[in-house]
Ligand binder design. Structure first.
Ligand code: DSN
Length: 426
């Protein structure tokens, strides 16, 4: 047993069958234990969620929906999917939940299939401003098959300007509007988007993949009463397995279900459905609300500490779990900084910043999030140290002082050894 009272998994059978993969899995466990994971879309699932994903449910085919399958032998699968749906409905206060989308991008594609036709106009946040590929960005199928029109953030505030969104919506008359994104550090004004969508008769989709856990935990407003469809992955702040859900009012349930299956997907991944159900049960508990509050408190404190060290935070800070940092004035590009941080055991991703002047593969910023470190038990007091490390490494990256990076690596290892990662063997 590990210190969370969980049975450790030594990968005995995997080691016998495929030592090469087993050793890589073990190495990843050690890496996840040993590093400070600050990618805002990552987390640590509980041992229970991890266990559910590794069950015999992976052996079963279940095309269709509970009670209406194309395969027999659904005695256990139907109740699992019904439980997952019901837990999602209760947690988010929605009429209907579809828990079958394989991940966020297929979930969003299903929404297009349900409500739009190729060539229709879709209004979404520009990718370099913080949106997602599937919100109509050019290189995505959604920007190829649909006509993507984009809104961004204001240069002076770093925040979405709803006047601009309304102006665009009135001019372009989109069939669908997406709100939410992947690098949005501020509260999404779902009510404001809802008013615009109603005015132009568009279907409004809230992609809450990043903030679903914050909504469930009561620290971000819910989009439910303002939007037509809520799309979310299940593995970010929500702390479930890799998967997704679409949630909507009763009137849209049939269109959404039909778009997911048979429109876009075949058999659901039942092991994932079970793990989603487990994660949703966990997310309904008081501990999860405490975690959600702590995620935000940690991000705010980390933002303050970084700002005090001359880091330029897009929008000046955060309301949620993530910080978007423009490194231009620190004289080091995002990718070089991210790679130096990685060598120091601090894992972030390079990211475009609004009004980006560099390429998306070598942009000006980094994106930092607090869900994973919060799941390990770090609190505001540790954010001082985290900010100091980031400052030291970014400064070292600008000057090529690799020995300072190595020194931080050792300090990170020491701190993280005191905070065992949920779900991982000791
Ligand atoms: N790739 C996800 C993220 O990191 O935000 C979004 O799909």
């Amino acid at each position: 047993m590990d210190i969370h009272g969980q049975v450790t998994n030594c990968h005995l059978e995997l080691g016998r069958t495929d030592p090469e993969i087993a050793s890589l899995v073990r190495a990843e466990e050690l890496l996840q234990q040993d590093t400070l994971r600050l990618i805002p879309s990552e987390n640590y699932v509980s041992a229970a969620v991890l266990e559910a994903t590794g069950t015999v449910l992976t052996n079963k085919y279940s095309e269709g929906y509970p009670g209406r399958r194309y395969y027999e032998g659904q005695q256990n699968i139907d109740p699992i999917e019904i439980i997952a749906r019901e837990r999602a409905q209760a947690l988010f206060g929605v009429d209907h939940a579809n828990v079958q989308p394989y991940s966020g991008s297929p979930a969003n594609l299903a929404v297009y299939l349900a409500f739009a036709r190729p060539g229709d106009t879709v209004l979404g946040m520009s990718l370099p401003m913080g949106g997602h590929l599937t919100h109509g960005w050019g290189v995505s199928a959604t920007g190829t098959w649909f006509r993507g029109v984009r809104y961004g953030v204001r240069a002076d505030t770093g925040r979405t300007d709803l006047d601009e969104v309304r102006e665009l919506a009135l001019r372009e008359r989109p069939k669908m509007i997406f709100c939410g994104g992947t690098a949005v550090p501020r509260t999404v004004d779902f009510a404001g988007f809802g008013a615009i969508a109603r005015e132009v008769g568009a279907i409004l989709v809230a992609d809450v993949s990043h903030i679903a856990g914050l909504i469930a935990g009561g620290v971000h407003p819910s989009p439910v009463e303002h939007v037509d469809v809520v799309s979310t992955t299940t593995h970010k702040t929500l702390r479930g397995p890799r998967g997704a859900m679409l949630m909507c009012a009763r009137e849209h349930a049939k269109a959404i279900d039909k778009a997911v299956f048979p429109g876009l997907q075949g058999g659901p991944h039942n092991h994932t459905t079970a793990a989603i159900a487990v994660a949703l049960r966990e997310a309904a508990g008081e501990d999860f609300r405490v975690y959600a509050r702590q995620v935000v408190a940690n991000a705010k404190r980390l933002g303050e500490e970084l700002a005090a060290r001359d880091f330029d935070l897009v929008s000046g800070g955060t309301d949620n779990h993530l910080l978007l940092v423009d490194l231009t004035r620190r004289g080091v590009p995002g990718k070089i900084a991210a790679k130096a941080l990685d060598r120091a055991g601090i894992v972030v991703n390079h990211n475009t910043v609004p009004f980006e002047t560099r390429s998306p593969f070598d942009p000006s910023g980094i994106r930092i999030g607090t869900p994973a470190l919060t799941s390990r038990g770090l609190t505001q007091e540790h954010m001082v140290c985290v900010a100091r490390w980031i400052d030291r490494v970014v400064t070292a990256a600008a000057t090529g002082a690799e020995d300072r990076v190595a020194a931080v690596r050792q300090e990170v290892r020491e701190l993280m050894s005191g905070f065992p990662a949920p779900g991982l063997p000791v």
